[in-house]
Design a protein. Structure first.
Length: 568
């Protein structure tokens, strides 16, 4: 992958600083620093250095040291080079997560079995229920990782788990839910509220459950410009249980700040899809944790008694994260053998020929190629939304029209081109005035957190005409809406199309994936899988078969030693 301008500038700054701090700094080592910065920008935590010569050049400098040394660059025994902050975060995460996973909590087996039967009344006595198994496991662990694709019931599972925990004897537990973005937090709040309403438990238990989710930044008290988070090891969160959704989107640094702020005795429950795109910043924590999906034999025997029967594919084994990870596999959103679910599976398995065959199959209308002119087709697909917004319909109706369709792209520049082209057409039609950003119907996505106004990165609003002028309406996460003047919005952008990264946590009736003209390093299997699973009913590909095949063949593995360190 070519180095970005930002990476080049940062590498130049670091090499300039190192040359001033160490008069004997080897100019040849500067190339290694360039590669480290580029690797970090691509999401890698460290840079493997197979070359003994590179390692020797670096080790001559007092700026480079082994683990535990107070130096800006850490070179570990495995030949991996880290910026010190990345090494510290990885080491802290490994230690804290390993300690959480090591603790087994006592449970009343008979009470647990009866509680599971009440909360999972439809479970078959002969077919395994992975949701039920995950809840049983989590009841006696401080750390539980629940991974699964769209529609596998992660939210339902965790709500039933919280309901069981809320019925434990003793004082009521302090529980909280969080997600990495405002959009994900709002979606979690909405999903949990619906699940709680359907629970077969008393009102007193329901009142003990958390009914809203915050962003992790807000929960921890991380603010721009602040030297440290409000909550940390010295001032931990006042919680007994923390649920974190969309964990695949959380980078290593934010996850480290999260576990660092947990008080002794707190349970941590991580939800996410291990196959989705990893975080934009360095790290792939959820993916690293899901490498440990083994179960002790004694645990499986216990599970069979309280929540069985068991699936045949649970691997017996030991290790620091044994019994702490459950992967949900049955999707309630995609029918077995349905086009979207089947395409996602074939892509995830790296079956390029089979994926192309499914797209070519005229008998499978849910998936296929989109060969029409992009902008004309996109504008036609957005007519209902634009008409609804310009009429000033009820916001829920406007939102439903918007969520019926979305174009996703791998790169920001593709998104910009699509959004600009759509607005040029709207100017020609007189819908938008030239030179003015605001107009009735403009969909906007917030691109930075603003705690004062309560809008967060990823939030989507719709511009409507009111008596007092243009207003942008946003859902408040509790079934209501609020109007905000365009001039009060934090940084935002038009969103007729968005990147696949920005789409995480969203669902649209129909999705088109816009491929670049040539293969790129960011267009890999995880990105394609994430795009497919944003669609509920229809998924189309706009681009060449060659680029599609190349994307499916590329499985990106982020460089990290987290899994290895936890395993020690």
């Amino acid at each position: 992958m070519s180095t970005s301008h930002e990476s080049l500038a940062l590498a130049a700054q670091l090499n300039g600083l190192f040359a001033r701090l160490d008069p004997a700094w080897d100019p040849a080592a500067a190339e290694v620093i360039d590669r480290l910065v580029e690797a970090n920008a691509a999401g890698h935590v460290c840079l493997p250095l197979p070359s003994a010569r590179d390692r020797e050049r670096l080790s001559r400098s007092p700026l480079v040291g082994g683990p535990g040394r107070y130096v800006p660059l850490v070179l570990d025994s495995g030949g991996r080079l880290y910026q010190a902050r990345h090494w510290y975060d990885e080491t802290l995460l490994a230690a804290r997560l390993g300690a959480l996973a090591a603790e087994v909590l006592p449970v009343d087996d008979e009470a647990l079995r009866q509680g599971l039967e009440r909360l999972f009344p439809g479970s078959s006595p002969v077919l395994p229920d992975r949701q039920k198994l995950a809840v049983a496991l989590a009841c006696r662990r401080r750390l539980m990782v629940i991974s699964g694709g769209p529609g596998t019931g992660k939210t339902t599972t965790v709500v039933r788990l919280l309901a069981l925990l809320a019925q434990l004897p003793g004082r009521p537990l302090s529980m909280a839910m969080a997600a990495p973005t405002g959009k994900a937090a709002a979606r979690l709040t909405e999903s949990v509220s619906g699940s709680i309403a359907r629970l077969d438990v008393g009102d007193e238990v329901k009142r003990r459950l958390p009914d809203s989710a915050a962003t992790l930044h807000r929960l921890l008290g991380i603010r721009p410009g602040a030297a440290a988070a409000r909550h940390h090891a010295g001032n931990p969160l006042p919680l007994d249980v923390l649920v974190v959704d969309e964990a695949s989107m959380i980078d290593q640094s934010l996850m480290a700040r999260t576990v660092e702020a947990l008080p002794p005795g707190c349970r941590l429950i991580l939800l996410g899809d291990r196959d989705q795109l990893s975080s934009v910043d360095a790290g792939a924590v959820l993916g690293d944790l899901c490498l440990h999906t083994r179960y002790r034999l004694a645990t499986l025997q216990w599970l069979d008694r309280v929540a069985g029967p068991l699936p045949d594919d649970l691997e017996v084994g030991d290790g620091p994260l044994a019994d702490a990870v459950m992967v949900l596999t049955h999707s309630h959103r995609f029918a077995a053998g349905g086009g979207i679910g089947e395409l996602a599976k074939r892509v995830n398995d790296g079956q390029a020929d089979a994926a192309v065959s499914l797209l070519d199959d005229a008998g499978e209308p849910a998936v296929g190629w989109c060969e029409a002119e992009l902008i004309d087709s996109l504008l036609a697909a957005r007519r209902d939304y634009l008409a609804s917004a310009r009429r000033g319909d009820d916001p829920e109706r406007i939102q439903a029209a918007f969520l019926s369709f979305m174009v996703l792209a791998a790169e920001r520049r593709q998104v910009d081109r699509v959004n600009e082209a759509i607005e040029q057409r709207l100017e020609q039609e007189g819908v938008k005035l030239a030179g003015r950003d605001g107009y009735a119907g403009r969909p906007v996505m917030i691109s930075e957190n603003d705690y004062g106004i309560g809008l967060f990165n990823g939030d989507i609003g719709f511009t409507v005409e009111r008596q007092e002028g243009l207003r942008v309406v946003f859902p408040d996460g509790r079934g209501s809406w609020r109007d905000i003047a365009p001039g009060r919005l934090p940084a935002h952008q038009t969103v007729y199309a968005m990147t696949v990264h920005k789409s995480q946590g969203s669902e649209f009736r129909e999705v088109w994936l816009l491929l670049p003209d040539v293969p790129t390093a960011v267009l890999d299997r995880a990105l394609v899988y994430t795009a497919i699973t944003r669609a509920r009913d229809i998924f189309k590909v706009h681009g060449s078969e060659m680029v599609w095949r190349e994307a499916i063949s590329l499985k990106t593995q982020r460089w990290s030693a987290l899994s290895e360190r936890i395993g020690r």
